[in-house]
Write a protein that binds this ligand. Sequence first.
Ligand code: KMH
Ligand code: ZN
Length: 275
Amino acid sequence: MTDTPLVITAAICGAEVTKDQCPAVPYSADELAAEAERCFAEGARVIHLHVRRPDGTPTQDRETFRAAIDAILARVPEAIIQPSTGGAVGMTVEERTAPLDLDPVFCSLTTGSCNFGNEVFVNTFPVVEAIAGKARAHGTRVEIEVFDAGFVDNALALVKRGVLEPPLHFDFVLGVPGAMTGTEDRLAFLLSTIPAGSTWTVAGIGRFELPLARASIARGGHVRVGLEDNVFVSRGVQAKGSWELVRLVAAMAADAGRPIATPAEARSLLRLRDG
Ligand code: KMH
Ligand code: ZN
């Protein structure tokens, strides 16, 4: 059993889930900030951020991100904000990387392509290199989003090419329809493939979210939960917000003897720059 402080990421919005599916999904800057504050209060330290237009359409517009980030930091100055560079399926690299113009400390980076429901989430090597290059130019640390096993191999190939620099930080996003499923044996296999010294977190999709959170806590990893990934706290019972999922993970951590990372510990564990 590990006593490494646990870093919980709250994925509060996403690009796909709508208020029709779950009324608690935040769209506006004020809604995002209020939800981030509730998640922080429950123990989340990282906010994985997507933004929406007023009608809920996903966007990667820089000024929409700026408004959301400013609103979140006004309420929760210690939050670590991780803008998405995945955006929504079909967006261009230019759209996807727009929030990097704001010099965030952290961002997501998906290192491979996969089916995504009935669509394809395209991340060719030129796409990944363009995103990684812009992140590096802005001093932004990347979290490598792994939807399938080859994405780890791709990340390691990018290390060899000098595009990514170890130590790496991975997020195993498991259970996306069309990509790797979210069972613990898949997680165990993935962990056998990452370099020593890497840090990692797990984002289980749908019904895989909470079982994988528990598995990650037991194995010394970190955890991402939130409405982007799953809208249920238990079978058929909708979450009142991402904060409720964060609360469940914090309770699992207490059961397992894992302290929740302070904001400073989270920055240090994730090797993030200050400010
Ligand atoms: N919305 C997905 C197509 C990320 O944020 O980096 C991609 C995604 C990954 O959510
Ligand atoms: Zn995302």
